[in-house]
Design a protein around this ligand. Structure first.
Ligand code: AHR
Length: 492
């Protein structure tokens, strides 16, 4: 079986925002994971952990979504400004019933984005907030003239407005964001977004709440009723190996759970294809972006942890989910312009885990690091032919892959071998370049165990390694992918 890479055919541009992240006031994501406070013995800058910021800079996080999630539709932003000791304390009713002291608010989030060097994506409250509240938040953030909110911002120590592009008008309004019908939310969206204003040079990219998974009716109604008022619409899809009541463990899972998880993660391709078809009906010129602003694996929490904190380990299986999902986003890059993995630290498919001052980078982190070469690169035409991976009476593709060319002309090919038992040989017929004149290097992430993972005691148990199991002849690149591996090749 021969695959073809045609470097003369450019299929689109992979928006770097596909590598975005999501951080909610949930469990130990914000508090402990990011915010430790200025007086903490954990090294920090203005209360934000230095080790975490360094790690996030390394993977070039382009955009960060905050404050939720379900928390967004209960969040009243004025509770999170002003002197910290005066900020309201409240119960985080969605997530674990713990006290939220609002020490991390608008100023702290914008400081975090500045330290990481990423763009903020702020999610406003439709479910329990008013139009005025949302409108004033945008004024507080972005208005540079004389106004009550600009004055309030100045009183709180920030004279200049910030630049904010991405603004979400509600989250999961079909569920935790108000249990609305699509017709009702579409009308509310039209109303709320009217008052999300552009001040000065700041231009807001308005984001509507899109469907849950395969709720194609929600997408159809939103596009029919509100397309002209939005710049993007969201999609949420989580990979749950079992059922919502019994999702399965993050480690110590069976071979069948491995297979099922990857099979379910691959469903993202069908979802995006079908939602894009609906979007095409109302937006044939593809003006509107699809933003997958919540995706990732969702397992049972680690034994002994607060069930409302959604803390789970992260293994080689998650690396494969990340690799294959990012390949799917690349493939759909003309419609998918942003994605935000849930969630950055200590929650669901996290890239970083922390415990006190200790930190561990997860296999998912390593995939984001290996794949960052695709950010803002041109998607090339890779027609990948691989065998099927058959087990338990079911079949999925054995290998998924995409290729891109960056601004310096380097070509990168990311390949995931989903098969947990066999290596896979991929033969790529190179069109438009001579294999003989190429220098090829590679990196791979794999391990003996399906659930190989990093702990605070063994933080480098699974990490990327140099890879050289490939050869070239005049026209072909032949790659021997290890079983259960994520590999990135560079062709110069
Ligand atoms: O990421 C955890 C939760 O999942 C989010 O708060 C919510 O939007 C989704 O249901």
């Amino acid at each position: 079986m021969s695959s073809v890479l045609n470097v003369d055919t450019i299929k689109g541009k992979i928006n770097k925002n596909i590598y975005g992240h999501f951080s909610e006031h949930l469990g130990r994501c914000i508090y402990e994971g990011i915010w430790v406070g200025e007086d903490s013995p954990i090294p920090n800058t203005n209360g934000i952990r230095n080790d975490v910021v360094e790690a996030l800079k390394q993977i070039r996080v382009p955009v960060l979504r905050w404050p939720g999630g379900c928390f967004a539709d209960e969040y009243h932003w004025k509770d999170g400004i002003g002197p910290r000791e005066n900020r309201k304390r409240m119960i985080n009713t969605h997530w674990g019933g713990v006290v939220e002291n609002n020490h991390f608010g608008t100023h702290e989030f914008m400081e975090l984005c500045a330290q990481i060097g990423c763009e903020p994506y702020i999610n406003g409250n439709v479910g329990s907030g008013t139009v005025q509240e949302m409108s004033e938040w945008v004024e507080y953030l972005t208005f540079g003239g004389v106004s009550p909110m600009a004055e309030l911002r100045e009183e709180n120590g920030r004279e200049q407005p910030w630049s904010v592009t991405y603004f979400g008008v509600g989250n999961e309004n079909w569920g935790c964001g108000g249990n609305m019908r699509p017709e009702y939310y579409a009308d509310l969206y039209r109303q709320y977004q009217t008052y999300v204003r552009n001040y000065g040079d700041n231009r807001i990219h308005r984001i509507a709440c899109g469907p849950n998974s395969d709720d194609y009716n929600w997408m159809d109604v939103l596009m029919r009723e509100a397309a002209r008022y939005m710049d993007s619409i969201t999609l949420h899809y989580y990979t749950v190996p079992g059922t919502w009541g019994n999702k399965g463990p993050a480690t110590g899972f069976s071979r069948e759970e491995w297979f099922t998880t990857l099979e379910k993660a691959l469903f993202m391709d069908e979802l995006i294809t079908k939602h894009s078809t609906i979007m095409d009906k109302y937006d044939p010129d593809q003006r509107i972006g699809l933003i997958v602003d919540e995706w990732g694996t969702w397992y049972d929490v680690e034994p002994g942890t607060n069930p409302g904190f959604l803390y789970q380990q992260n293994s080689l299986r998650d690396a494969l989910v990340a690799g294959l999902t990012l390949n799917i986003f690349h493939k759909h890059c003309n419609r998918v312009r942003m994605a935000n993995i849930a969630q950055t630290i200590n929650v669901l498919q996290a890239v970083i885990l922390t415990e006190g001052e200790k930190i561990a980078l997860t296999p998912t982190y390593h995939v984001f690091d290996m794949y960052k070469v695709h950010q803002d690169a041109e998607l090339l035409d890779l027609n990948l032919e691989s065998g099927t991976y058959s087990a338990f009476g079911r079949s999925i593709p054995e290998v998924t892959g995409t290729a891109s060319r960056d601004a310096e002309g380097k070509i990168h090919i990311s390949l995931c071998n989903l098969n947990d038992e066999s290596a896979s040989t991929v033969t790529i017929d190179l069109r438009g370049i001579s294999a003989a004149s190429l220098t090829v290097t590679g990196t791979t992430l794999t391990s003996e165990e399906l659930d190989a993972h990093n702990t605070f005691e063994q933080p480098d148990r699974i990490a990327p390694k140099p890879f050289d199991a490939f050869k070239t002849d005049g026209t072909h690149l032949v790659v021997e992918l290890p079983s259960k591996s994520v590999t990135v090749l560079e062709l110069v």
